[in-house]
Design a protein around this ligand. Sequence first.
Ligand code: ADP
Ligand code: MG
Length: 453
Amino acid sequence: MENSELWQSVLAQMQLHISKANFATWFQNTSIVSKESEKIIISVPNAFSKEWLSNKYYKLMLKTMRDIDHTIKELEFTINPQSLKKNIIDRKTETENEKIDIEQLKFDEFKVNRETNLNPRYTFENFVVGSFNDLAYAASLAVSESPGQAYNPLFIYGGVGLGKTHLMQAIGNKITNDSKKKKVKYTTSEKLVSSIISAIRSNTMESFKASLAPIDVLIVDDVQFISGKIKTQEEFFHVFNSLYEKNKQIILSSDRPPNAIPELEERLRSRFEGGMIADVNLPDYETRLVILKTKLQEKNLKLPEDVLEYIASNVKKNIRELEGALNSLLIYCKVNNTPTVEITKKLLKGFVFSPFDIANYKKIIETVAKFYNLEEKNLFDQTRRKEIVKPRQIAMYLLRKELKYSFPTIARKFGGKDHTTVIYAYKKILKESEENNKLTEELSLIKQRIYSG
Ligand code: ADP
Ligand code: MG
């Protein structure tokens, strides 16, 4: 196997494990320079990234490579500042750019347009639609056809890896392709928050706003991170209004609907709810199979039907994992031959979970606390404050419902409360979830997270 292919498989694996921002930071301008008997030499652009990669990602990288090539025993990093220079090239020199892409990276992350932050690989054409996402798809298509007029804002929500970024980027790509005049800007809410904070600090809020004024379509991904950031929310509210008043399209995504984002200013929440809210869900088995086949077709590759069926019935966490599983198999195919179901089982161990492997006490406490923006210890506070009582009752409910803990056990975990308190909490949440849509939805989002690693 070529070094560049081996490296590509490492990159593909890494992308599954770390955020996009991290990925771009640590893996941009890296490559394999050589293989010396059992050692792989990896070139990195600076000492900082050498240290970071060798401390944080060494094991995972080695494991990924060893899965493909057992003879590899060790990795070594070498600093090559040239690798950085070589890649900072004028974007206008397309052909040169492409050459480097092919010879070294071949990797989507780096094809992102620096002005719009759009990645051309996300399109409507390669987005599989089913009952799990058809509303979000239809709304996105409508918005892309008449930005600023169909639904404003468009708010897409759902768990990780279910296609939110893909859809929003597809809207952006379609709009820029249809009309070169339209200015689209995609940003994550983390980036937006940090721009706003630094504008506030340096007293340049006005020029920051002015820089956004020419934008026709503003896309803000993962807007839930704005939760609790009061000052930023205030400024974002103004940015939102000034675009909205001029009929500029705003598209937002989040891991949950606006009414479930904690510590979100009321007026911002009502803005978020003012247009169309659409969710993306988990695809069912049939759709997972279709997604796998679509991805294979795109790459012009084939895998046996029983292997595809095995993947579709076992990799259920989300679409990103499904893609990751498929890519692992394809890399295996390149080096060896077509895998059998037996081999597939082995290769995909890391992707296949049974619910019992994942839901546990720690996970439930952690997830509930995080969902409600609390510290874990807050759940155990002896307080009647509403912001704490409800999450605590939900945690108790889930321990009972998902893990079948006994009521006295749960009572012990919560500081020796009377177990009738736990029974009360359980019944209350059970009853309310049957009557109250918002709670049902929150529970389902929390469960999704508990069971998704
Ligand atoms: P999210 O933003 O919801 O976390 P992404 O949009 O990043 O999820 O999707 C994760 C991966 O799955 C991406 O590579 C994306 O292209 C792919 N994907 C998600 N939904 C679909 C779909 N309906 N059809 C095809 N690919 C999809
Ligand atoms: Mg996303």
